[in-house]
Design a protein. Structure first.
Ligand SMILES: Nc1ncnc2c1ncn2[C@@H]1O[C@H](COP(=O)(O)OP(=O)(O)OP(=O)(O)O)[C@@H](O)[C@H]1O
Length: 550
């Protein structure tokens, strides 16, 4: 999908407001040009009146007032409608991007890191706000006004009209186009340098403790300073290019002005033009160049906006991690889960699963043990369709897994992953993510099964205690147990637990295994663990080694 194809539907939805902005911008510009022209004509004619020539004062003074009011109102309206439409456009874009992003997670492009992703969703989207309002709008307005002004000049001073049209054409089309071409590379580099700086900040904050202990905070700081300097250099280059373009536009304005004055004086000497009209034309020429400075300023930002749009389209163009079925089949309840000769490797990596066959009866509890890196977590990921097997089949009864919509699958298969997050919110809301309508009794039962009930009961506000960065911070073991409680609270008939006890001491681990059967009664359980499992905790224990079940 191209940048245009990505943005067009969003622009189309706001077409009315954007067209109105454009109209108001053109009116403001026309009123400004007419105001200067009429004022020049009015002042000159009034001066000549004192020399004894007759002049009707009422029409021009009424026109000056009318044009200034129109200009003020049109400018205000343009800002109001334009900013409103742009903010809505950006909000549409963010919504669209989020919707496009989720089916692509986890991202197949491993070069896009978390900080970079955040940067794309925030700064890159913000960079696009200039794309319409400050670039396309004034440019179209200037074309309309430039055409009108050329027509007026052609009526009074045909030769001056040619000079004016050429100069204005260069100022609103050629200079901005050249600026875009030259600054595009720097705009791209500036956006990517800004993203790198953000990634460096996230990394430094996330790894602050380890970087300090390893004594390499200084190196990190120097690397960040280097990145910031790089960003500054790019921005300075862009600013220098913008200044050069502004100077070029000023020179073109001077050429248009000189041409009008020169041809005007020739015509005045010949007696074919009135002095007051000539002054009015000269000032109107100056006024009509008003839009050009805005265009240059915004076009320099448009280079960065284009680069940002490219980064967003690259993100949206990543292949979906899961292909949703066209005609999904509902998740079949009480059916065995069957892996049959499943082979899998991560993109470009060595084989992780090498012909895994396994059948789990509904309600059965199994544990998978084995050395680190053997492929245990990967097996769980395939069951959730977070990754797709390259060969072999995965079925629920007779239904192939890929025929079930992922939302339906995820509503029926709950996972406690090795890095389940705890959100900055209350204990209650952290738990209710799994079951929004769960009552307190269900929450306490889940906390008890995860051996966290005593701790939560000891908190001053119990279930309503705020946890995470902004509130009370939990230990790693407590966070793990909270995530475990959340998984156990889910109504899903299939529960996948990846190292559920890895932050528990042995006493709590044994306690957890004791309550596991009750907490998962009637549900299918697949537990990946390195722990010694007491007899009777599960129905079957299997070992996974080098991608094979032993
Ligand atoms: N997202 C990924 N992309 C590429 N390779 C991966 C990815 N996740 C895991 N791997 C690789 O796949 C192999 C199996 O990993 P997996 O996490 O399934 O093993 P595991 O048996 O669960 O290990 P552990 O007990 O340490 O959690 C490892 O060699 C790992 O490096």
């Amino acid at each position: 999908m191209s940048v245009f194809a990505m943005l067009f539907p969003l622009f189309r939805r706001r077409f009315g407001a954007l067209a109105l902005t454009l109209l108001l911008s053109a009116i403001a510009l026309a009123a400004g040009t007419a105001l200067l022209g009429t004022s020049g004509w009015f002042i000159t004619a009034t001066a000549l009146t004192t020399l004894g020539l007759g002049f009707n004062l009422f029409v021009p003074s009424a026109l000056v007032r009318a044009f200034s009011f129109i200009r003020i109102l049109a400018r205000y309206g343009e800002r109001f409608v334009g900013h409103n439409a742009t903010l809505r456009l950006l909000s549409d874009l963010r919504g669209w991007l989020f919707a496009a992003l989720f089916p692509r997670l986890p991202l197949s492009d491993r070069s896009i890191r978390h900080g970079d992703l955040v940067s794309r969703l925030t700064a890159d989207v913000d960079a696009l706000d200039v794309a319409f309002l400050v670039a396309i709008g004034p440019m179209l307005g200037a074309v309309i006004i430039g055409t009108g002004m050329t027509a007026v000049l052609a009526w009074f001073l045909p030769e001056a009209a040619i000079i004016y049209a050429l100069a204005l054409g260069c100022a609103i089309l050629l200079v901005p186009a050249a600026l875009i071409v030259v600054s595009r590379r720097f705009g791209r580099a500036a956006i990517s340098a800004a993203a790198d700086t953000r990634v460096a900040i996230y990394d430094a904050i996330g790894g602050h403790a380890d970087l300090t202990l390893l004594g390499i905070l200084g190196t990190t700081h120097r690397r960040f300073a280097g990145g910031a300097q790089n960003l500054l250099d790019r921005r300075l280059t862009l600013a220098a290019l913008t200044t050069a373009a502004t100077a070029a536009v000023q020179i073109l304005a001077a050429i248009a002005l000189t041409g009008t004055l020169w041809q005007g004086l020739v015509a005045y000497t010949d007696g074919t033009i009135d002095a007051a009209v000539l002054v009015g034309l000269v000032l109107a020429v100056i006024g009509s160049f008003e839009a050009t400075t805005v265009i240059v300023r915004s076009v320099s930002k448009a280079a960065a906006a284009l680069a940002a749009a490219e980064r967003l389209t690259n993100l949206a163009n990543l292949p979906a991690a899961i292909v949703e079925p066209r005609q999904p089949i509902s998740f079949p309840l009480d059916q065995p889960i069957a892996f049959s000769d499943v082979h899998f490797s991560y993109k470009g990596g060595a084989p992780v699963l090498r012909g895994v066959s396994l059948t789990i009866r509904p309600g059965e509890r199994i544990a998978i043990t084995g050395p680190s890196g053997g492929g245990k977590s990967t097996l769980l990921r395939l069951l959730l369709r977070l990754n797709e097997a390259q060969s072999g089949t995965l079925r629920l009864g007779k239904v192939p897994l890929e025929r079930i919509a992922s939302a339906d699958l995820h509503a029926h298969v709950a996972l406690l992953s090795q890095d389940s997050p705890v959100f900055i919110d209350t204990v209650r809301n952290n738990l209710r993510i799994a079951q929004p309508l769960a009552d307190d009794a269900a929450l306490w039962a889940a906390l008890e099964a995860a051996r966290l009930d005593t701790f939560v009961a000891s908190l001053p506000e119990g279930l309503d205690t705020l946890i995470g960065e902004a509130g009370r911070t939990l230990s790693a073991g407590q966070m793990r147990r909270l995530s475990l409680a959340r998984t156990l609270l889910s109504n899903a008939p299939v529960i996948l637990l990846d190292e559920p006890t890895n932050a528990l001491d042995r006493a709590n681990e044994l306690g957890f295994f004791e309550t596991l059967a009750a907490a998962t009664a009637g549900r299918t359980l697949i537990m990946v663990t390195h722990a010694d499992i007491p007899e009777g905790t599960v129905d079957r224990v299997m070992e996974m080694r080098d991608g094979r079940l032993v």
